[in-house]
Design a protein around this ligand. Structure first.
Ligand code: SAH
Length: 197
């Protein structure tokens, strides 16, 4: 073989994580300066965050940097791996757009900040949870790219857990804070995919 496909997939994944970290760094620093007025760290929320970071980050990292998961390797076609890398690129673009639109209103968890404003512009005109779209696209990309049953699919399981446990609660929190304004926003947008869901 001319080049090692598995090694290539690993390198692409690591580059993706670094770029994602760079995209998130500034919004993280800026938004941290704005105090939180509502913080919801229930057991469910903590569990969701752990499931998501394990599935999207730590499990693939274990496969990449150790040999514990090597028994679950399989041969992936190069075409599917290229598709996976394409999904990861789209995901980075979506993260960039969501941070640009959400600015200081962003947080990792279910929080509202002092003077929180409802954002419905930029990518938030298209769907109401574009950052979750970006995470879904990441999880799908990893499933195509990483030739390992556990490391490849852990993102779908982990992020799926967070998404389905959190999204309803987040919308309730937004409705409680913004009332009719959020309800009208819900009427005209879908959650993560325009016109579909
Ligand atoms: N669900 C959104 C945001 C994820 S970040 C998305 O997928 O793009 C999570 C935080 O963003 C929540 O705690 C909430 O305070 C905030 N948030 C969610 N939707 C928002 C909106 N339309 N405008 C302002 N803040 C929002």
């Amino acid at each position: 073989m001319i080049f090692d496909l598995e090694l290539t997939a690993k390198i692409i994944w690591v580059l993706f994580i670094i770029t994602w970290g760079v995209i998130r760094y500034k919004p993280n620093v800026k938004s941290r300066k704005v105090a939180k007025s509502v913080v919801s760290r229930t057991f469910k929320e903590r569990f969701s965050m752990i499931a998501s970071s394990l599935g999207l980050g730590y499990v693939p990292a274990v496969w990449i940097f150790t040999d514990y998961l090597d028994g679950f390797d399989y041969n992936q076609s190069i075409i599917l791996m290229i598709i996976g890398a394409g999904f990861l690129l789209i995901s980075l673009r979506l993260f960039r757009l969501t941070h640009k639109a959400l600015g200081k209103m962003w947080s990792h968890s279910l929080d509202l900040r002092e003077g929180h404003k409802l954002v419905t512009t930029g990518i938030y005109e298209t769907v109401r949870h574009p950052m979750y779209t970006a995470f879904w696209v990441w999880a799908i990309g990893a499933a195509f790219l990483l030739p390992n049953w556990v490391a490849g699919f852990s993102g779908l399981v982990g992020f799926g857990t967070l998404f389905f446990l959190r999204v309803g609660q987040e919308e309730e929190m937004m409705k409680a804070e913004f009332g009719e304004e959020y309800e009208a926003y819900m009427q005209r947008t879908k959650k993560v995919f325009p016109k579909v869901y």
